[in-house]
Design a protein around this ligand. Structure first.
Ligand SMILES: CC(C)(COP(=O)(O)OP(=O)(O)OC[C@H]1O[C@@H](n2cnc3c(N)ncnc32)[C@H](O)[C@@H]1OP(=O)(O)O)[C@@H](O)C(=O)NCCC(=O)NCCS
Length: 183
């Protein structure tokens, strides 16, 4: 059996409909605090982000996740502060590909790239308290649950607790060794 070929590719305007469809899946709507959006607003977000980490002015980054030539998800990193050495990440896969370790691999690939910035000290993310897959992914990649913002999310008419998770550079180095991402 061959290992599926998982790659990150830059998010492009042509990916907007796939991204919209993923956001519209019931599992995404149930677990993510998605603000109302339009095709135009998502296109603008793609156009305002880049996958070029060498761009000194960029603060918002987005990749699509490609499996054997098919786009199956997206990973973003936003609100980079070069001064503070921190960035926030977010991620989503199409539900047909959940629970196969692909989310962990794709986000791991993004972390690998982000920590190439020598100034980066910390990556953080938020997730709903009932999003067990996202929490499993975060834990596997070495993140620590740092706190809870009570009833911070409003999702499908319900208030939900928001968890904040953080990953320091030293913790990433330990996690990537245990994930065998590096020698
Ligand atoms: C969150 C998401 C990206 C995770 O990706 P994934 O490929 O499904 O997750 P993985 O298969 O890599 O699983 C990571 C860990 O979480 C655990 N996990 C996965 N799905 C789970 C579930 N439904 N319930 C409990 N644990 C789960 C896995 O067991 C795994 O740990 P293990 O390898 O030690 O068993 C994906 O499920 C998704 O896109 N969900 C909808 C959108 C979303 O919630 N995005 C995140 C918003 S914060």
């Amino acid at each position: 059996m061959t290992t599926p070929d998982l790659r990150l590719v830059p998010a492009l305007p042509e990916h907007v409909d796939l991204w919209m469809a993923m956001r519209d899946e019931p599992v995404s709507r149930r677990l993510m605090p998605l603000e109302p959006s339009t095709r135009e607003s998502l296109l603008k977000r793609i156009q305002e982000s880049t996958a070029d980490l060498s761009d000194p002015k960029a603060t918002s980054f987005r990749w699509m996740v490609e499996l054997d030539g098919r786009i199956i998800g997206t990973v973003a990193a936003k609100e980079l502060s070069r001064f503070q050495g921190r960035i926030e990440i977010g991620y989503m896969l199409s539900s047909a590909y959940h629970g196969r370790g692909l989310g962990t691999r794709a986000v791991g690939m993004v972390l690998e790239r982000l920590f190439e910035w020598p100034f980066l000290h910390r990556v953080w993310l938020t997730t709903a308290a009932d999003n067990l897959a996202s929490q499993g992914l975060a834990r596997k990649l070495g993140f620590t649950l740092e706190g809870v913002m009570r009833e911070h999310y409003f999702i499908e008419g319900q208030r939900k607790d928001q968890q904040v998770w953080g990953l320091l550079r030293s913790e990433w180095e330990a996690a990537r060794r245990s994930l065998r991402l590096s020698p």
